[in-house]
Design a protein around this ligand. Structure first.
Ligand code: OGA
Ligand code: MN
Length: 217
């Protein structure tokens, strides 16, 4: 892991507070989490990958149940790989590793891994209401999303709508540098149709597969 450059270092000083809010509330919304200059550099790196043809249509389900379903989600994604990514993505992965360690230290979550992708929603695209845990595979515990869109306006749509426990919901605009994190199994959520390109990095902090700890055969 690279050491954190100043803007990422600054963001890391807020991780304990974010973790505390997650523990108390189950979700946390942190506008202006990452410095705008750093967030723009990250957006540029994602765009370069997209222009190089490194994004693929996202599907739903897992393994042999994976399907392309553009009636459910129509974003394009690129999975981050810490052994082969640009310096900005490397910094973000290092920041998410620090978040994982903070969660483990403060809440004893036993998170072992981060997996994440950049996601681009072209105009008109959305991601219907869903939960982030796959049925029968409960490794994803904590969802993280960083938004990378400069000058996002209310009329651009594309909010993340999270359904809270009391039948209320909140709509988070995907503004540059904003960070959202929530318990993956607990909150139904959706991405409302965006009217311009909507870029983000979505990821999950995971525990070990239970079958690895307790093999059945
Ligand atoms: C997802 C997701 C939300 C967002 O990729 O699972 O819910 O705001 N993304 O991009
Ligand atoms: Mn989701």
């Amino acid at each position: 892991m690279p050491s954190l450059a100043p803007p990422y270092q600054a963001a890391s000083t807020r991780l304990e507070e974010i973790c505390q809010t997650l523990a108390e509330q189950g979700y946390v919304i942190q506008p202006d989490f990452l410095d705008p200059g750093a967030a723009l550099a990250l957006a540029t790196e994602c765009r370069q990958l997209q222009q190089a043809g490194e994004f693929r249509p996202a599907g739903v389900g897992r393994g042999e149940n994976w399907r392309l379903r553009d009636d459910i989600r129509a974003d394009q994604i690129h999975w981050l790989d810490d052994t082969a990514c640009g310096p900005e993505q490397g910094q973000y992965l290092a920041l998410m590793a620090a978040y994982r360690q903070t969660l483990n230290r403060q809440l004893f979550l036993g998170l072992v891994e981060f997996e994440g992708h950049c996601a681009l929603y072209p105009p008109g695209s959305f991601y219907r209401r869903h939960l982030d845990q796959f049925r029968g595979v409960e490794q994803r515990q904590v969802t993280t999303i960083l938004y990378l869109n400069e000058d996002w306006q209310a009329e651009d749509g594309g909010q993340l709508r999270i359904e809270l426990d009391d039948e209320q919901s909140i709509a988070v605009p995907p503004r540059l540098g904003s960070f959202v994190s929530f318990l993956s199994a607990r909150y139904w959520h959706e991405v409302l149709p965006a009217r311009r390109d909507r870029l983000s990095i979505t990821g999950w902090l995971k525990t070990r597969p239970i079958g690895e700890v307790f093999p059945l055969s």
